[in-house]
Design a protein around this ligand. Structure first.
Ligand SMILES: Cc1cc2nc3c(=O)[nH]c(=O)nc-3n(C[C@H](O)[C@H](O)[C@H](O)COP(=O)(O)OP(=O)(O)OC[C@H]3O[C@@H](n4cnc5c(N)ncnc54)[C@H](O)[C@@H]3O)c2cc1C
Length: 343
């Protein structure tokens, strides 16, 4: 089967690898459009999120698929793309500490959460007065490395098309390809081949920081209070993110920078340098489920989108699901249907 994937963010990249792993002849088109999300995301997989410490939807199903598929793509890249890092969770308000203890005692949470007596290697960087928890089976996927590796592989194979695909030209692409799959990130909300009112996209910003007094210090966990700090390569850290439902452009803004600095200062008692400030638009959906399926107006044209705030966890499982649908005729899960009712 000859397939064109439109968009090479994390969704398009993972889907391309899954389909070509099953023998499809896959081409990818991407135009490097502004506002795309994967390039600036931390790629964190966190099993327990939110103020109430709730386990991510189907985590025990999605996480093994993610680790397996990122392992396979890593072989293509010749390097490891995913690393398991626990999250050190800072707890301050008494209610928060109690909620954490209660969750740790629940059978289906006890594999993921525990109370900690100290904050591991973060201890010398922190303000005093916190209680600590640890979330295990968390990980970080190196999105920029994965995107680069997939692009390089497809370019070397002569199957990367460095251009924007105009939706109005879909018929002419269909004369060359058996299927066209749109993985356009937040731009999917204006793709008229997939009308839905489920979209609610969210711009997000993050800072790239460095701790001048802790160069060469080894960090093997992430730190979270309201913001999360995750170690990157070369003594740098990703610190974010913010959520904006209305935004005038795709650029980093001083207001969100100040917001993040405020949250970092709540946690940290040491100086840090801001070496970059990035922004992207998440393809988020009202009910926080992906949007996957065939266009109601054009046969053989599909959408694989709506990965929202959790592309790292969701993309691999759902890429395999769509692949099985296309190649084996497996029914699509109605939970990700384009025609479900919004909430
Ligand atoms: C600040 C921030 C932090 C985040 N942190 C995390 C995190 O820690 N963990 C996590 O799992 N997720 C995180 N996310 C969310 C994550 O980024 C998304 O879930 C995921 O990257 C979405 O990937 P995508 O491939 O659907 O879209 P995108 O990454 O936006 O990719 C879409 C691609 O399609 C291309 N494109 C669009 N239209 C066309 C066209 N017509 N022709 C050709 N090319 C086209 C664009 O150029 C782009 O490359 C974060 C997001 C932000 C903004």
């Amino acid at each position: 089967m000859k397939i064109l994937i439109v968009g090479q963010g994390i969704a398009g990249s993972v889907l391309a690898c899954t389909l070509s792993g099953r023998g499809c002849d896959v081409f990818i088109a991407d135009a490097g459009l502004p506002g795309s999300s994967s390039r600036f995301a931390a790629g964190i997989i966190n099993p327990v999120t939110g103020k109430r410490f709730v386990k991510s939807w189907n985590f025990d199903l999605f996480f093994p698929a993610a680790m397996r598929i990122y392992g396979q793509i890593g072989e293509l890249a010749g390097t490891s793309l995913v690393r398991e890092y626990p999250v050190v969770r800072l707890l301050s308000a008494p209610g928060e500490v109690n909620d954490w203890s209660a969750r740790c005692a629940q059978a289906d949470y006890s594999d993921h959460m525990r109370e900690l007596p100290h904050a591991h290697e973060w201890e010398p960087l922190l303000k005093s007065g916190f209680h600590f928890g640890e979330i295990s089976r968390a990980a970080r996927v190196d999105f920029p490395l994965l995107l680069h590796a997939v692009r390089q592989h497809w370019t070397d194979a002569g199957r990367f098309i460095d251009q924007a695909v105009d939706i109005g030209q879909t018929d002419s692409w269909l004369s060359e390809f058996d299927k066209v799959i749109f993985t356009e990130g937040f731009r999917g909300q204006s793709n008229e081949l997939f009308p839905t009112d489920l979209w609610r996209v969210a711009k997000g910003e993050a800072l790239i920081i460095r701790f001048p007094d802790f160069q060469g210090h080894s960090f093997s966990s992430m730190l979270k209070k309201t913001a999360i700090i995750a170690p990157l390569d070369g003594d740098t850290f990703w610190a974010g993110g913010t959520y904006q439902w209305h935004f005038p452009d795709f650029e980093p803004s001083s207001g969100e920078r100040d917001f993040l600095v405020g949250h970092l200062n709540d946690m940290l008692d040491v100086p840090y340098e801001i070496i970059d400030h990035v922004a992207g638009v998440r393809p988020t959906v009202k009910d926080r489920r992906p949007l996957i399926g065939e266009s109601p107006v054009k046969k053989n044209v599909f959408m694989f989108n709506g990965m929202g705030t959790k592309g790292a966890l969701l993309a691999p499982y759902w890429a395999e699901h769509l692949t099985s649908h296309l190649l084996d005729g497996q029914a699509m899960d109605p939970e990700v249907s384009l025609f479900r009712k919004g909430s």
